[in-house]
Design a protein around this ligand. Structure first.
Ligand SMILES: [Zn+2]
Length: 353
């Protein structure tokens, strides 16, 4: 359905096209409290427990044992992978939406193609008889059509034609539009005045745009057009009615097609992008960062010995577990092999003294 693109009257006031209540709603899912999406049940203890393996490590020249149900030398990646999955599922899509929104904030209007294979009929209908020279008006309306693909129409009427049956010119212009143009691709300007001279020129005007024109005649541009035309219509010494309309159509032929930057879209996109890529960084370096292997566990060895014997190294004095090494874990010196006897399972069963 067509809708008002704005209008005005002799009193000088003009009204805009929209009640303009656009708002963005963005909702984002709550974050995760972090931690145990994939519970790994990794357990490490200084005491043995069911299902554990024993690891031997050295610290301060002394052997230590630690019991765990996983390889203590390997870092835990489960948490980090969970973080990546959460980011990919919940945060990355919003980051992408943010980028797309930013790209969409820059818009180059496309000419309306509705009339491409039709011969548009540019209507100038002066029922009031106020137009002296229609040529300039027609030329500028043609130019407007060529630039935008929107067919303008200008109709003048008498106040008496509508002010008894309609509450205002907008309602009347709406009816004129739907009765004359079924395509929603016209932009109709209705100019109305009294035929009787009451001592002042009692004029009104109204613009009515079809839905197909909305991407080109945006609310903002319609408002600017309304203001320009209203300003000119108020300067009767400078512009006749048809001049005012012609000059304004001429002015807006190219303005309608200029690339636009939608600041609210740009800001929204930037916010979504920044907040949610920040969340990804936070999640992957914070609660879901890869687990760290304690320094002393890095050189730990699985130790299945059933009996544990230890002795000091002849060279450095550091204590080591017999049967686990061929060189000293502290200084690297070769260890005497004859100090113990191993059984078939590799367990030290006897120390030679
Ligand atoms: Zn040593």
């Amino acid at each position: 359905m067509p809708h008002s693109s704005g209008g005005g009257s002799h009193s000088g006031g003009s009204h805009s096209s929209h009640s303009s209540s656009s708002s963005y709603h963005s909702s984002s899912g709550g974050g995760s409290s972090g931690g145990d999406i994939f519970p790994s049940n990794r357990r490490v203890s200084s005491q043995p427990f069911k299902g554990c393996s024993r690891y031997l490590y050295y610290k301060d020249n002394q052997p230590h044992f630690v019991y765990s149900n996983y390889d203590v030398r390997k870092r835990s990646m489960g948490n980090f992978i969970a973080g990546i999955i959460i980011s990919a599922l919940f945060f990355l899509p919003v980051v992408i939406i943010g980028i797309v929104t930013m790209c969409m904030s820059y818009e180059v209007p496309k000419r309306l193609t509705y009339f491409n294979n039709k011969k548009p009929d540019i209507v100038i209908e002066d029922n009031l008889g106020v137009f002296e020279d229609k040529k300039k008006l027609k030329d500028s309306m043609k130019q407007f059509y060529q630039e935008t693909g929107i067919v303008p129409a200008v109709i003048t009427v008498r106040n008496e034609d509508w002010n008894e049956d309609y509450v205002n010119l907008e309602k009347y212009a709406y009816d004129v539009y739907v009765n004359r143009f079924s395509d929603e691709a016209h932009w109709l300007i209705v100019y109305s005045s009294a035929t009787k001279d009451n001592g002042f020129d009692d004029w009104y005007w109204e613009g009515m745009q079809g839905d197909k024109t909305d991407p080109i005649i945006t609310g903002k541009l319609a408002d600017r057009f309304t203001e320009s035309l209203q300003t000119r219509l108020l300067q009767r010494s400078k512009y006749s009615v048809e001049d005012a309309i012609a000059v304004t159509f001429g002015e807006y032929s190219s303005k309608m097609m200029q690339p636009r930057l939608d600041a609210s879209k740009l800001i929204l996109g930037l916010l979504l992008f920044t907040i949610f890529s920040g969340l990804i960084v936070f999640v992957l370096t914070g609660p879901y960062k890869p687990g760290k292997v304690p320094e002393e566990y890095k050189n730990a060895k699985p130790c299945n010995l059933t009996k544990v014997f230890q002795e000091p190294c002849n060279f450095c004095g550091g204590i080591y577990i017999i049967g686990m090494h061929t060189t000293c874990p502290h200084c690297g010196a070769a260890l005497p092999a004859h100090h113990y006897i191993k059984d078939e399972q590799g367990n030290v069963v006897e120390l030679m003294t």
